[in-house]
Design a protein around this ligand. Structure first.
Ligand code: GDP
Ligand code: IMO
Ligand code: MG
Length: 436
């Protein structure tokens, strides 16, 4: 039985959702372990499109049990909205959803806190967060005083007793920062959020025990990371990162599953690079509205699923990929959105960085240093053919195969899957497998 993990090797939006959807049928449980509704995972099949932010993408698989682990931060109304979206799309999910009783709750005051914090940083230093309350909720969790967990929603008196001092202090801090800041009422919040607790009562469980059981009894589990490893709070381009471990490092703490038992780690790589929000991106294409960056953005529909912001676009960065593939010990790479590169005369891949005329060893952990690195490129020939109908390696043009082989060499890991379109069926297994 497989214990697998799908993890993004760039700055998010690598098309993890599509691969999770393809792999889910091979697993009994599909688990989110980090982040919250800052994620946006799009899945297409049979003419339908689903966009999930907080629910595990694996909930689309009718036989899988979806788990929102203890490391996730949850805004409960978002869960209810997504369950409603699934019902509309003909997927019944609530009876297959387990939510960790230890997961922390995002309240509306976290959104206000995030707004104040970002505006305080100013436009040049703002992180460019998604505005979903993620950072402030994790701050409260780490602070151990103002945090509220899903289990607290099950008893209104307990919830109110916890909310009264928290709301009072948040209101005072917000007012001090901005006299026009929003103010909150503990009673209103307790009424609203205990009602969510009532609706989700059957779903809220000790999921760490279930994960431990899966490991003991060899029940298949697929872990789906949100964000990308370069946004990991410890291993990414700090401080321009998210507030959780978005690499495989988060599995152990964010789910309770012993990650030493993982049997397969799929490192998801977009065939080029994108980033949303602030922070350094060495291979970014800043070549104007008629340039290649804009062309790739248009063809790849590179606009954020959560915020609609245009994603920054650049060439593939093998320096960053080697760092994240090693960090996650990805034993197979999935090269996504390769079709978007069709029609380009030449393609570039960053093979090293230079700083002040000297080659940099490894991937700099300091954002300021990364921002000063200049990529050194290798140029490969492009291909003109439409590859969206390719279904096996031999359907791909020689130049596309050469690009794939070069990625393998540079990263030092095999490409097992190539994706040539958003649909489930537009997936090529490079070594003849089918994910079984
Ligand atoms: P995630 O956050 O990593 O799950 O990725 P997103 O869903 O935010 O972004 C990936 C986007 O690319 C989605 O709109 C997918 O439908 C789409 N997509 C996935 N695979 C492919 C592919 O191979 N080719 C193209 N053109 N689009 C793809
Ligand atoms: P998926 O799962 C791309 C980025 C934000 C911002 C930074 C911090 O779809 O790949 P946050 O709201 O988390 O405090 O914002 O992280 N970010 C993402 N970028 N894909 C995501 O998720 C992201 N989740 C957060 O744009 O730069
Ligand atoms: Mg996304």
């Amino acid at each position: 039985m497989a214990f697998s993990c799908v993890v993004g090797l760039q700055w998010g939006d690598e098309a993890k959702g599509k691969i999770v959807d393809v792999l889910s049928p091979k697993h009994q449980y599909v688990v989110r372990f980090n982040g919250g509704a800052n994620a946006g995972h799009t899945v297409k099949f049979e003419g339908k499109t689903f966009k999930l932010s907080i629910l595990p993408t694996g909930i689309l698989c009718p036989n899988a049990t979806a788990v929102v682990g203890n490391g996730v931060v949850i805004y409960p109304p978002r869960i209810l909205e997504e369950l409603a979206q699934l019902t509309e799309g003909g997927v019944s999910g609530k009876e297959r959803l387990l939510i960790s009783s230890s997961a922390h709750v995002i309240f509306p005051y976290h959104f206000e806190q995030e707004r104040l914090s970002e505006s305080d940083r100013g436009s040049t230093e703002a992180i460019g967060t998604t505005g979903r309350g993620i950072g402030p909720c994790y701050e409260d969790k780490a602070g151990r005083r103002w945090a509220i967990r899903m289990v607290d929603l099950l008893d209104k008196a307990v919830l109110l007793a916890k909310l009264i001092p928290v709301v009072d202090r948040k209101n005072r801090i917000f007012r001090a920062l901005d006299p026009n800041a929003k103010q909150f009422d503990a009673n209103d919040l307790a009424n609203e959020f205990s009602a969510y607790g009532d609706i989700l009562r059957e779903n809220i469980r000790d999921t760490q025990v279930i994960m431990s059981d899966c490991a003991g009894k060899n029940i298949g589990v697929l872990f789906e990371a949100a964000q990308g490893s370069l946004l990991d709070i410890d291993h990414g381009s700090y401080p321009y990162v998210t507030s959780s471990n978005s690499s495989a490092a988060g599995i152990w703490s964010g789910s309770g599953f012993p990650a030493s038992r993982l049997t397969q780690t799929y490192g998801i790589v977009k065939a080029y690079t994108t980033r949303v929000g602030g922070g350094p991106m060495p291979t970014e294409l800043l070549d104007g509205p008629e340039g290649l960056g804009e062309r790739i953005r248009r063809i790849g529909r590179e606009y954020g699923t959560v915020t609609g912001r245009p994603r920054r676009v650049g060439w593939l960065d093998a320096v960053a990929l080697k760092h994240t593939a090693n960090l996650n010990d990805a034993n197979v790479l999935c090269l996504m959105l390769l079709d978007v590169l069709s029609g380009l005369e030449e393609l570039k891949i960053a093979i090293s960085y230079e700083l002040d005329g000297k080659e940099v060893v490894g991937f700099p952990s300091d954002a300021a240093m990364l921002g000063r690195c200049k990529p050194v490129y290798e140029t490969l020939p492009g291909w003109s053919e439409d590859i969206t109908t390719a279904r096996k390696p031999s359907d791909l043009p020689a130049a596309a195969l050469a690009y794939i082989r070069r990625v393998e060499q540079l990263v030092g890991r095999p490409v097992g899957v190539v994706s040539v379109g958003p649909d489930r069926c537009q997936t090529i297994w490079m070594n003849g497998g089918n994910g079984a």
